[in-house]
Design a protein around this ligand. Structure first.
Ligand code: CDP
Length: 236
């Protein structure tokens, strides 16, 4: 009975947007404020990419990695990937090892597209997401959350920012660990990922038609957070 109530009462807030738009940080802050669970769908794609890398290696470059992945046609069921939440924080396990700290490297990011383009992997990720949404109220960020995975969500946001601003934010994040990186390189990588994300056959990044669109190029994190919280307060 209790779980039935939780299912009936659970809320879904989706936040979609391109790389570096700040949607993940924002989703986390909103979830903290509302005492919901923050679900980072991109991290699950990253988790599967990590699992495939463990199995076939990085290969010399991402194209060769893509070819090997296609040739070997490894199904997602081959991996025991688990998503857990503790104190509202998402952790990803592969064979009971916490792999969350290893998911944001540039080499891994470059290889995600082959996994994210694959319909079986999209199906596997979406299944995990649906299971989580049955048990918790969630704020979930990604590319296709409001369009394909949770079209029924009560609130949908689309967060964007200019490519210059997104590259600058990513640069400031990466630079301390990699002082050789240039802003131009990051801008190129983001532009490439935008193109891949917007043109993929399934799960492409699109603006959900019933979403609230916020351009954060000239807004601080706190301003965006306050704006969204006031919209939610108004509509709740
Ligand atoms: O943090 P950032 O925006 O750079 O990326 P992310 O949210 O961790 O997602 C990494 C990649 O996973 C994206 O570039 C997409 O290719 C893919 N992804 C996806 O296809 N669908 C989602 N719902 C979330 C991520």
């Amino acid at each position: 009975m209790e779980s039935q109530n939780r299912i009936m009462n659970s809320m879904i807030i989706t936040i979609d947007g391109p790389a570096g738009s700040g949607k993940s940080t924002l989703a986390k802050s909103i979830a903290d404020y509302l005492h919901y669970i923050h679900v980072d769908s991109g991290a699950i794609y990253r988790g599967y990419t990590y699992a495939v890398i463990q199995k076939i290696g990085y290969k010399e470059n991402h194209q060769l990695f893509g070819e090997a992945f296609k040739f070997l046609s490894i199904p997602p069921e081959e991996f025991s990937l688990r998503v857990e939440f503790s104190k509202q924080k998402q952790t990803i396990f592969l064979d009971d090892q916490n792999i969350t700290p290893f998911l944001r490297s540039r080499e891994l990011t470059e290889r995600i597209r082959y996994i994210a383009d694959h319909f079986l992997y999209r199906k596997a990720v979406n299944k995990i997401l649906k299971e989580i949404s049955k048990l918790h109220s969630i704020v979930i960020d990604g590319r296709d959350m409001g369009t394909e995975v949770f079209p029924e969500a009560q609130f949908k946001f689309y967060i964007d920012a200019s490519i210059e601003e997104r590259a600058k934010r990513r640069f400031l994040e990466i630079y301390p660990q990699n002082p050789k990186i240039t802003l131009e390189e990051i801008k190129k990588e983001i532009a490439k990922r935008d193109e891949e994300d917007k043109t993929r056959k399934i799960g492409a990044l699109k603006i959900p038609k019933d979403s609230i669109i916020i351009d954060t190029s000239f807004l601080s994190r706190n301003m965006v957070l306050n704006l969204i919280l006031s919209i939610l307060n108004f509509k709740f």
